[in-house]
Write a protein that binds this ligand. Structure first.
Ligand code: HEC
Ligand code: HEC
Ligand code: HEC
Length: 303
């Protein structure tokens, strides 16, 4: 079968501009030393475009790539193919490691795939929304009736990725994520309870963010900072800040500001260390106090 993406002429320059979100995992020039991400540099353009079309249609399944491809047009796919195929495969590694902070082979052993094929992923869809609602009675005081916490230090849970919520609850219970309040809340929860709670909150509607936005926060969110090696947040938290549900990349849009600030600070000083492959700690360590302030303004004001 011929894929229609093949028929479109790609433009490498346009592809370069569109590749910013890909760089977090594939490197700015299509080379990443992390063995769990395929190199794209020097790959045939037609092959790249076809893979993207297949990820989009679901012919090729991958929980990380599916959300990446979903919003790409045929033209985008052709442009991205043209860009990556024009890059050199050899001798680019040094440039890549300094230009972006994607997990490297050293910091990220081959466990990345677990993020997307975790056992929780399958279990969540068995989560029972009704049962979750009943179990959420003890959460209301801090997280609100429908997961829209009104207190800025408590996170909103409404509309959050179910996989992400279930992972956090399990992490609080195992001690992988440390919080004196939440550890008491999860002590009596079984894995089934966690899945039910996750299912319930995931289907609630999040209230819109409030407060002023920040242009420099927006710029950092979408573009990262190549000089400081800060990966663009958009790659994993999405263009609208809604995260990537299946990959357990959390939604950050409209999240409470004090909560967001605390999380970026605790990833930065590693007191929060439940992110697989140090994915967030590697990024947060490069953020200044003012980067954090501006990013938080931007994320918390998203609708
Ligand atoms: C969060 C990490 C991540 C991001 C961001 C990402 N990818 Fe991927 N990509 C992967 C992984 C993991 C695979 C391997 C999938 C598999 O095992 O089938 C992959 C596979 C691919 C492949 C197939 C390569 C092959 O040899 O078959 C292409 C093409 C591709 N990605 C292009 C892109 C483009 C273009 C973007 C940006 C629009 C992008 N990716 C963004 C992680 C990512
Ligand atoms: C007494 C207040 C309180 C109660 C009650 C409470 N929580 Fe929390 N919850 C918190 C605080 C505080 C945090 C943030 C912890 C931190 O700063 O890392 C949190 C964090 C979370 C997170 C992580 C959110 C994220 O975005 O990472 C989840 C999930 C969660 N709570 C679920 C629940 C559930 C489910 C219940 C009921 C079984 C519950 N909580 C009851 C205070 C509470
Ligand atoms: C390569 C993927 C990736 C990139 C890029 C990334 N993040 Fe994250 N982020 C994650 C993952 C995965 C988690 C959840 C870790 C866990 O399992 O607890 C997370 C968690 C967070 C949280 C905590 C959310 C919560 O509810 O507790 C915040 C805030 C955050 N990221 C902000 C950012 C900002 C700001 C940037 C850009 C400067 C960024 N992230 C870039 C993957 C990424």
């Amino acid at each position: 079968m011929f894929n229609t993406a093949v028929a479109v002429e790609g433009d490498a320059e346009a592809g370069k501009a569109k590749s910013a979100v890909c760089s977090a995992c594939h490197g700015a020039t299509g080379v990443n030393p992390n063995p769990t991400y395929p190199d794209l540099a020097g790959q045939h353009a037609v092959y790249i475009a076809k893979q993207l079309a297949d990820f989009k249609s679901g012919t090729r399944t991958d929980m990380v790539m599916a959300p990446m491809a979903v919003s790409l047009s045929e033209q985008d796919m052709a442009d991205l193919g043209a860009y990556f195929s024009s890059q050199k495969r050899e001798g680019e590694q040094a440039a890549v490691t300094t230009e972006n902070s994607a997990p490297t082979a050293e910091s990220a052993p081959a466990s990345h795939v677990e993020v997307v094929t975790s056992t929780t992923a399958a279990a969540i869809y068995a989560g029972n929304v009704k049962a979750g609602q009943e179990k959420s009675a003890m959460c209301v005081a801090c997280h609100g009736t429908d997961g829209n916490s009104l207190i800025s230090m408590y996170p909103k849970l409404a509309g959050q990725s179910a996989n992400y919520i279930a992972k956090q609850l399990a992490d609080f219970k195992s001690g992988a994520r440390v919080d004196p309040v939440m550890v008491g809340m999860v002590a009596g929860l079984s894995a089934a309870d966690m899945n039910d709670l996750a299912a319930y909150y995931a289907v609630q509607t999040s209230t819109e963010g409030t407060g002023e936005t920040s242009q420099s926060g927006e710029k950092l969110y979408f573009g990262g900072d190549a000089k400081k090696g800060i990966t663009a947040c958009v790659a994993c938290h999405g263009v609208d800040g809604k995260g990537m549900t299946q990959a357990a990349f959390p939604a950050v849009a409209g999240q409470n500001a004090d909560y967001l600030t605390k999380q970026l600070n605790t990833f930065r000083d590693s007191s929060r260390g439940n992110d697989r492959n140090d994915i967030m700690r590697n990024i947060a360590i490069k953020l200044s106090d003012s980067d954090i302030d501006e990013l938080v303004k931007y994320m918390s004001s998203l609708k």
